[in-house]
Structure formats: structure tokens, C-alpha cells
Design a protein. Structure first.
Ligand code: GUN
Ligand code: ZN
Length: 445
């Protein structure tokens, strides 16, 4: 691969931005710079001048270049049920999700779904994800295989569920262990793939299966753990019945040895202070999924509570509970969730949670999440505005409209993430290579 220099407005973070009134601390904005990407697909630096002739110029001036978004919790098979009407979590699982997931036992269905899903992530500006497939080994396999072919950073593993799920969607402890061991041997640490011990939620695993899941994590270095926790009150009551000895829903996972610094727990709405302290002390973190929480009516995440407890928070689409794969839409929903709780999230906190902050929470900040030299060039070019309404708002923020003066950068970026979506994505690069371009016909269109 030739060395490439991409000209655009570069934006990333060098430190964690503060809450409240947006400041500039930690925000690195380099308007009209060239991002330098070396032969290995790694970021070499940035410069305001065009570099020499040995760098292939990729002139995207006027566009915004961000680190590729990280989606820390999303379900591949649920593209089939995104935007399904009328239910709360437990009913939605039975009515829509479980029947859809059954189809992925078929290797051909799973492979087609993985291809469609990974291409869709790239088209929505997401370059890395922590993904739920189904209980079927073939569905995890298809994701690992598709991500490896695209050179994408992916974390996944077959879903564990040995109870409270329909026929065809349940495994058993020994079969699940064998499947996981085989997937770990073949995919964990291969290229940019990592294996996650994937407990659907406490309801669908027996104590014996949770114990097996904990053992897997202890037996292999660097494994992730992903699950759901404290998403709805109904589910919490059921967990309390099933695990009367646990102090809390989160404690069920703790007792099984599943909380550690590579543990990603979706939702975490109905947690108490002791739970939050446990997240901090174990290094586990919450994948906040506001689109899903609003759509399923699950509740309003206490982000300030997380901040106070000092545990990690990343941003997640949780499609198909969530209604868009685009992390800009997730941010717009996160803002509205906090507005309902009486807080105002600034754009920096949200953007950070989908880039550098997520990378840190996933212990991947040496590889992704920022434009620091040495990181892989997983980057996305965004149009600042699409359509007349967004264009006008952006022109006013830039001071380009008669009678207006330039507003702080935050106003432009906040308008982008409030008004924008995947139509703003002009191009997505994975490890320095163009992986998706709006103006080309998509492979599977
Ligand atoms: N809890 C258990 N399974 C699921 C799922 O598929 N989606 C969501 N949002 N919550 C869950
Ligand atoms: Zn989920």
C-alpha cells in the first residue's frame, strides 16, 4: 500500500473532555490539515502543508475527518427486526428477536447477515464494534471471517443461552464450552479479532453456564465478556427470583467471575451506588444505548452517576433495540435522554464516548479511537451538513451567513451530531484503505 495523505478538517481528543459548558480542553481541531497514513495503514502524523510526492494525495478539503466510531454493543442478526412495533424488552425478545435469531442457525443465512451487517457499519461511519451474533457457532464464525477480510477491529463470540429461550436457540454447558474453545483457538487474537464470552443476560443462562463462562475468561488471556445488565425493571425482578442469593443483578455476574477490565455491559440503567462502585473496582464498563432505551421504553441512564462513580461509559447503538447504526443518531438520543434528566451533555463528551473514550474502556486505545501517530488509520470523512436545513445551520455557525459571526467550534459539531446521520458519511477507511465510499455503488446494493 502506498503512503496516503488525506486533506480535511481533523478532529479528535487528546484527553477526556469536561462536562457542562463545552470547553476546548482535550479537543484537538486541526482545520485543513493533511493526515499522514503510512504503508502499514498507521497514522504517521498531520501537517498543514501538502507532504512530498511519495504521499498519495487524497484531497477531501471542506470535510470533517474523525476517528472511526466504535459501537460497543450491537446485534448483527437484529437488522432483521430493527424498527419492530409495540413491545417492551421481554415481549420484544419473544415476539420478534428470538424468531429472527433462529434463522441464523443456517450457515448461509448467517454469512449473508454478517456481510450485510459489516458493510452497513462501515456505511454508517463505524469501523469497530463489539457484536452479539446468535447462539449458533456459525453466526460468530461468519462475523470473524467477514471482519478479517475487511481488516476491521471486531469483538464477538457465540451467544450463551441454555434456558428461557425457544427450541433451536438453546445450547448446553458442555456444547457451549466446546464451541467457545474452538472459536477462541481459531479466531481470538487473529488479526484484529478478539473473542468475547457472550452471556446474553442472567435470565437465559443457568448458574452452571455462568460458572463455565467465568472459567473460560480465566483460562485465556485477553478475552472480552459482553452481556446485558439492569435494562428494565421487569427483567430485574425476574433476575432477583432466579438468583435469590445475589445482592443485585450486577452481582450475579460478579459472583460468576465475569466482571473484569474487558467486560462490556449494555444498559446499566437500574444500578445502585454499590453496583457502580463494583464496575469501577473491577474495570468493567457500561455500553450506554440511548436509542434502544428510548425505543423499548427501558429507562433513562444516569450518566452523571457513572461519572461520579468513575466507571467507564461507551456509546452503543444496540440495534435492533436501537433504531440506527449511525452513532450520530445515538449521540442525539443520548443528549435527549440526559435532557429529560435535567442535564445537558456537550458534544465533546458524546464524541469522546464513541471514539477515544470507548477505545480506553475497551483497552484498545493503543490501536483505535484517536488520530495519534501509531494508531491504525480507521477514519471517517463526514460532510459537515447535508440538505438545506443543516447547510443553513452550519453556515450560521461558521459565520458565513450575512449578519452572523463565527460561533465556537462546538456549535458546528453539536449541530452535525444533532442533524446528521449516515448520509453525511462520504468515505470510511479501515487501516488506511478506503473501505466504503458514498459515491461508489455499494457492493451489496
Ligand atoms: N437483553 C437480552 N437480550 C437482549 C437483546 O437482544 N436486546 C436488548 N436490548 N436487551 C436484551
Ligand atoms: Zn443488546
Amino acid at each position: 500500500m502506498m503512503k496516503r495523505a488525506i486533506r480535511a478538517d481533523l478532529l479528535d481528543f487528546t484527553a477526556t473532555p469536561g462536562w457542562g459548558t463545552p470547553g476546548e480542553a482535550g479537543v484537538r481541531f486541526r482545520p485543513d490539515h493533511w493526515l499522514l497514513v503510512d504503508e502499514a495503514g498507521r497514522i504517521a502524523g498531520a501537517t498543514p502543508q501538502q507532504p512530498g510526492a511519495d504521499w498519495m494525495p487524497d484531497d477531501q478539503r471542506g470535510r470533517l475527518l474523525l476517528p472511526g466510531f466504535i459501537d460497543s454493543h450491537v446485534h448483527c442478526p437484529q437488522l432483521d427486526v430493527i424498527a419492530s412495533w409495540g413491545s417492551g424488552l421481554l415481549d420484544w425478545l419473544q415476539t420478534y428477536t428470538f424468531p429472527a435469531e433462529l434463522r441464523h442457525a443456517d450457515a448461509a443465512v448467517a454469512a449473508a447477515a454478517a456481510e450485510r451487517f459489516l458493510d452497513a457499519l462501515l456505511a454508517h461511519g463505524t469501523t469497530s464494534a463489539v457484536v452479539f451474533p446468535t447462539v449458533h457457532k456459525v453466526s460468530a464464525e461468519a462475523l470473524f471471517e467477514g471482519a478479517a477480510r475487511r481488516g476491521m477491529r471486531l469483538v464477538t463470540g457465540k451467544v450463551l443461552m441454555d434456558r428461557h429461550a425457544p427450541d433451536g436457540l438453546r445450547d448446553d454447558v458442555d456444547g457451549a464450552r466446546t464451541d467457545c474453545e474452538d472459536l477462541i483457538a481459531r479466531w481470538h487474537g487473529q488479526g484484529r479479532n478478539s473473542f468475547a464470552v457472550t452471556v446474553r443476560f442472567a435470565v437465559t443462562s443457568t448458574p452452571a453456564q455462568l460458572a463455565m463462562a467465568g472459567e473460560l475468561g480465566r483460562r485465556h488471556a485477553g478475552l472480552y465478556m459482553q452481556t446485558h445488565v439492569a435494562e428494565t425493571l421487569d427483567e430485574g425482578l425476574w433476575v432477583a427470583e432466579l438468583f435469590p442469593q445475589a445482592r443485585s443483578y450486577l452481582d450475579v455476574y460478579h459472583q460468576a467471575g465475569l466482571l473484569h477490565e474487558r467486560a462490556v455491559l449494555a444498559h446499566g440503567i437500574w444500578l445502585d451506588a454499590q453496583d457502580r462502585a463494583l464496575l469501577r473496582d473491577t474495570g468493567a464498563h457500561i455500553a450506554h444505548s440511548p436509542s434502544s432505551n428510548l425505543f423499548l421504553g427501558s429507562g433513562l441512564f444516569d450518566w452523571p452517576g457513572a461519572l461520579q462513580a468513575d466507571h467507564g461509559v461507551s456509546l452503543a447503538s444496540d440495534v435492533g433495540g436501537g433504531t440506527s447504526l449511525c452513532q450520530l443518531r445515538t449521540m442525539a438520543d443520548a443528549y435527549k435522554v440526559q435532557a429529560l434528566r435535567g442535564n445537558k451533555l456537550n458534544a465533546w463528551v458524546m464524541l469522546h464516548a464513541a471514539t477515544r473514550g470507548a477505545a480506553q474502556a475497551l483497552r484498545l486505545d493503543h490501536e483505535i479511537g484517536s488520530l495519534e501517530p501509531g494508531r491504525l488509520a480507521d477514519v471517517v470523512l463526514w460532510d459537515w451538513a447535508v440538505g438545506p436545513v443543516a447547510a443553513q445551520r452550519d453556515a450560521v455557525a461558521r459565520g458565513a451567513e450575512p449578519g452572523t459571526t463565527a460561533q465556537p467550534l462546538h456549535a458546528r459539531v453539536f449541530a452535525l451530531l444533532t442533524l446528521g446521520d449516515e448520509r453525511n458519511v462520504a468515505a470510511t477507511y479501515v487501516a488506511g484503505r478506503p473501505a466504503w465510499q458514498r459515491d461508489l455503488i455499494a457492493r451489496h446494493a
